[in-house]
Structure formats: structure tokens, C-alpha cells
Design a protein around this ligand. Structure first.
Ligand code: PHE
Length: 335
């Protein structure tokens, strides 16, 4: 009996040595100390021993039983503590900085442009990106056979609906709804079937301005755009108007700002002209007022348009319009 007990004890210790998972320890516990376990059945046999032997072996077996269960508990505790050190958290390490959002350069420049016009008493209005031919062309005094339509190579959705080629249709939508005095700007996406290159994109953005009141003059237009130029690019900025043609303004002009880079001396950015062309403008053509039933004798107004990408490229020294639309975070993060 003594030899058997010794053998069981040795077997138990060698088995428990090679264990790494707590569930295997449980298996060992059942195997030796469970209701039908090896040690339990030995203990049952104590009753058939002689009265002299009973206390000796009873004590031996009970000691072994206690030893075994202590050993198992120790082993469970040590496995658990190893696990804990594996996932130990070093709170002194620097954290991972979460990426918070930032504004797209076109959003930033649009906000800046809006702020300036708000200061001049303008408010923002919006119009749809899908327009009818009527708003995009006809109401802007550009009938179907007008050569000015050729410059607006358009994306048609149906035979009468197209993606707006400029923000000028918003002029009509506002005047249909509101009576003068009016001072509004409209900005947003425009679309033209232009081949993509460093300065052209089939999707681009414009800001439109419109002011209608009694006694609005070309001088008001010049004054507004001059203040705008100086606020956006600095006090030294000059503005130049040259005759141009748009079907919906008469007279019409193209306007340019003195080059912000060389201050007008001539450089690579202004192609040695000293000027940066910004957009088109003019006095609202009476034909347009007739379309919206404004009294052409009583009211006059001016309108202007400008490309937002162009302004952002000048302001942020961006040389390729495609950068705005490629969603390259290395570029976008800089603003
Ligand atoms: N809509 C014109 C364009 O996109 C610009 C413009 C706006 C001209 C307002 C005159 C008045 O070319």
C-alpha cells in the first residue's frame, strides 16, 4: 500500500509539471481527487484495513490529498499571473493620436470669400446643380443658337436638363422669388466637358455675385470687387477691368488682380503679365430683367463670377487644379 501511494504521488507531480492550461489542471484534479478519482477510491479502501493500519494509511492518504489540492491551487494561480504579465499595459507610453477632421482647401477659401462679402452686405443663396436649359442659358439671354453656348460644353442629363455650367442661373432663381433691393452671392459646383489638365477640371466651383437696386452703377461693381481683392490678397492689390462679352451683362468685363507674387512686376505665376485673371462681370442686361419681370427703367444691377479653384491656387500656391480632387491626404492635411 505504501509503495502504491508513493507511486501515485510521483505520477501526480510529474503530470502537473508539464501543464500550461488551467483547464488541464482541472482534469488532473478530477482524475486524482474527483468522486471516482484515484485517491478517493484508495481512501475508500482504508475501511477494509486492520485497526492498526487504518490510522496510519488514513493519515498518509489525507496528507497526500491536502498536498495535491494545494499544489493544484498554486499551479492555477501561477498560470493566471503569467497571463496577466503578458497583457501588461504600460501607461507611461505616449498614446496614439486620433485623427480629427480638417477642412478641405476649397471649403476654407469659400468661407473666406463669403466672410468678405458678408461684410459688404451680401447674403448667400443656393441653386440646384442639375439645371434646366432655361435657367442655365435662355433666361440668361443665351438662346439655343447663341455662339456663347459653345464655350459651355455641357453634360446633359435629358434633352432639357443639364449639369449647370456656371452659377449664373442662381441669379434668375433669386430674382424670380425676390424683389430688389438684392445683394446675394451663390457658390457651388459647376460642370463643363473640359479636358482635364493643370488648370482645367470638368468639376469646378464658382462664386456668383448679384446686386440689384435703384441707381446701381459700374462704379459700385468696381468698388465691391476692389474691396474684395484687397481684403483677400492685401491692401497693395490693384484691380483691372477690360471689355469682354457675356450675353447676360451689358457692358461686360473681365477683371484681374495685380499678381500677388510679384506685385505686378511680372513672374512665372502671372506669365510675366503682372496680372491674374479672376473672372467675368458686368451690369445686368435689361433683357435678363425682363425675363424676371423687373422694371428695367427703375432698377439696375451688377453681377460677377469667379472660379474658386483659381483663387485657392493663387492663395495657397497650388500649381495643379487636380490636387483638389484627388483626395490625397498628404496634400489635404497641409491646410
Ligand atoms: N457665368 C460667367 C462664366 O461662368 C461669369 C459671369 C458671371 C460673367 C456674372 C458675368 C456676370 O463664365
Amino acid at each position: 500500500m505504501k509503495a502504491k501511494i508513493k507511486e501515485i504521488e510521483e505520477k501526480f507531480h510529474s503530470e502537473i509539471k508539464n501543464i500550461s492550461l488551467p483547464e488541464h489542471l482541472e482534469e488532473i484534479r478530477v482524475k486524482y481527487l474527483g468522486r471516482k478519482g484515484i485517491l478517493t477510491s484508495l481512501l475508500k479502501q482504508v475501511s477494509i484495513l486492520s485497526n492498526d493500519e487504518k490510522p496510519v494509511f488514513g493519515k498518509l492518504l489525507n496528507n497526500l490529498k491536502t498536498n495535491m489540492s494545494t499544489r493544484i491551487s498554486e499551479e492555477i494561480a501561477s498560470i493566471k499571473s503569467v497571463k496577466r504579465t503578458e497583457v501588461k499595459l504600460d501607461i507611461s507610453l505616449p498614446g496614439i493620436k486620433p485623427l480629427i477632421g480638417f477642412k478641405h482647401p476649397l471649403t476654407l477659401i469659400t468661407q473666406e470669400i463669403k466672410e468678405i462679402f458678408f461684410g459688404l452686405g451680401f447674403e448667400t443663396v443656393t441653386g440646384p446643380e442639375i439645371e434646366t436649359e432655361y435657367y442655365n442659358f435662355e433666361a440668361l439671354n443665351t438662346p439655343e443658337d447663341h455662339p456663347a453656348r459653345d464655350e459651355h460644353d455641357s453634360f446633359y442629363i435629358t434633352s432639357k436638363d443639364l449639369l449647370r455650367t456656371h452659377t449664373s442661373p442662381v441669379q434668375i432663381r433669386v430674382m424670380e422669388k425676390q424683389k430688389p433691393p438684392l445683394r446675394v452671392i451663390a457658390h457651388g459646383r459647376c460642370f463643363r466637358r473640359d479636358a482635364t489638365d493643370a488648370t482645367h477640371s470638368p468639376i469646378f466651383h464658382q462664386v456668383e455675385g448679384l446686386a440689384v437696386d435703384t441707381n446701381i452703377t459700374f462704379g459700385d461693381l468696381k468698388g465691391v470687387l476692389e474691396v474684395f481683392a484687397k481684403q483677400l490678397f492685401g491692401r497693395q492689390t490693384k484691380i483691372r477691368f477690360r471689355p469682354d462679352f457675356f450675353p447676360f451683362t451689358e457692358p461686360s468685363a473681365e477683371y484681374a488682380f495685380s499678381c500677388v507674387n510679384c506685385k505686378g512686376k511680372g513672374c512665372r505665376i502671372c506669365k510675366n503679365t503682372g496680372w491674374l485673371e479672376i473672372g467675368g462681370a458686368g451690369m445686368v442686361d435689361p433683357e435678363v430683367f425682363k425675363m424676371v419681370h423687373y422694371d428695367t427703367e427703375k432698377y439696375s444691377g451688377f453681377a460677377f463670377g469667379m472660379g474658386i479653384e483659381r483663387i485657392a491656387m493663387i492663395k495657397y500656391h497650388i500649381h495643379d487644379i487636380r490636387m483638389f480632387f484627388e483626395n490625397d491626404l498628404r496634400f489635404l492635411r497641409q491646410f
